[in-house]
Design a protein around this ligand. Structure first.
Ligand code: SAM
Length: 343
């Protein structure tokens, strides 16, 4: 009996050990990225330590330790006297690859400063003061690049799961860099799609999209999604990773506006990180709720039934629920009654 108990305590203490050290893993990744090492290894062949330290202006002593840690984490490998990135990582750190994740890592490096202030946010229940003016261009660019990396990764799966006839007009609300706009246009040769977002974001999105063969079918609308109208006669509205930024009153305002922008029987797809009914997980959503505490006035991760309730209040019947890879779910809303005024 006692030995069973002590095994359980040992397991718990190992778990705490791992959690307390977890930041070291992130720091190794961040330093390897910030120093340029990961991109260098991803784009060059046959590198010895001396070549790397000269090119990146790193001390050999520090570089050895970093590469040893990266080998232990199975991100790099040592082949004789050469260092290489392990299989699969080369494509993730090559800036010319469509699987590149550098934008996402740069964003996380920035966010960790926010997480260091978690205790203060827990005390006052407020988001932390940001180091840059909210909405500064640098801030927007870093954020948008991260969204582009993540959007590219999940857009193929999302587009396959939202079944369209192929000639609809879609509104991508808070569409960011336009990863989903591009994916919809790639998949359907006759859809039209409008990307709605804030002014600076639209500027970045246009730059990313203007060489696409379907650019003529892409439309752009700038504004604040809480105050602006979205247009009308859309067949489908897609809202990915937007509702978690807002509290329930604001989400209701957004859904009411969606109702008014859709044709009768139009459909809405909400993609987000949902929390389970008992509010105990999944782990990614639970931690993301804390991230929203640090970053927004009222944002949160919601349960499916909380969002179904808001859909019903804004004239939608909840439809399909789809589980996606990459920690998200999608919930469909089918317009059932016509709202004439936003409450
Ligand atoms: C987390 S990103 C999601 C981007 C994209 N939908 C995706 O899934 O990759 C949230 C987007 O909502 C936009 N957004 C946030 N608040 C907004 C507001 N009040 N008005 C317009 N857009 C807003 C941001 O600019 C950003 O592009």
């Amino acid at each position: 009996m006692r030995s069973k108990n002590s095994k359980r305590i040992l397991k718990a203490s190992n778990q705490i050990d791992s959690l307390s050290h977890a930041y070291r893993h992130s720091q190794v990744l961040f330093a390897a990225f910030e120093s340029g090492l990961l991109e260098f290894l991803a784009t060059q062949e046959k590198l010895q330590i001396q070549d790397i330290s000269d090119a990146l202006k790193l001390s050999e002593k520090g570089l050895w330790r970093l590469l040893t840690a990266l080998c232990a984490l199975k991100i790099t490998e040592k082949k004789g006297t050469f260092f290489i990135l392990s299989d699969n990582f080369r494509t993730l750190f090559n800036p010319n690859s469509d699987k590149y994740l550098g934008g996402m890592i740069a964003h996380e490096i920035h966010l960790q400063k926010r997480w260091l202030q978690l205790s203060e946010s827990l005390r006052n229940g407020l988001p932390v003061k940001k180091s840059e003016k909210p909405g500064s261009l640098q801030d927007t660019k870093r954020f948008i690049n991260a969204m582009a990396d993540l959007g590219r990764r999940s857009s193929t799966e999302v587009i396959k799961k939202i079944k369209l006839k192929g000639h609809e007009h879609i509104l991508d609300l808070g569409g960011g860099p336009g990863a989903y706009v591009k994916a919809f246009c790639d998949h359907y040769s006759d859809v039209k799609i409008t990307l709605f977002d804030q002014q600076d974001t639209i500027r970045f999105a246009k730059k990313k999209l203007n060489s696409h063969s379907g650019f003529k079918r892409m439309f752009f609308k700038e504004g604040d999604l809480l105050t602006e109208t979205y247009g009308n006669n859309f067949d489908v509205i897609f809202i990915s990773n937007v509702i978690h930024i807002f509290g329930k009153d604001d989400i209701l305002t957004i859904l009411n506006k969606c109702n008014m922008a859709l044709k009768p029987s139009g459909r809405l797809w909400i993609k987000d990180f949902f929390i389970n009914k008992r509010q105990t997980g999944p782990e990614f959503s639970a931690l993301f709720s804390l991230h929203m505490l640090l970053s927004t006035a009222d944002g949160n991760c919601y349960t499916i039934s909380e969002i179904k309730d808001l859909l019903q209040k804004s004239g939608f019947n909840p439809g399909q629920k789809i589980k996606l890879k990459n920690k998200s779910k999608m919930l469909e809303g089918i317009k059932s009654s016509v709202l004439r005024k936003v409450k």
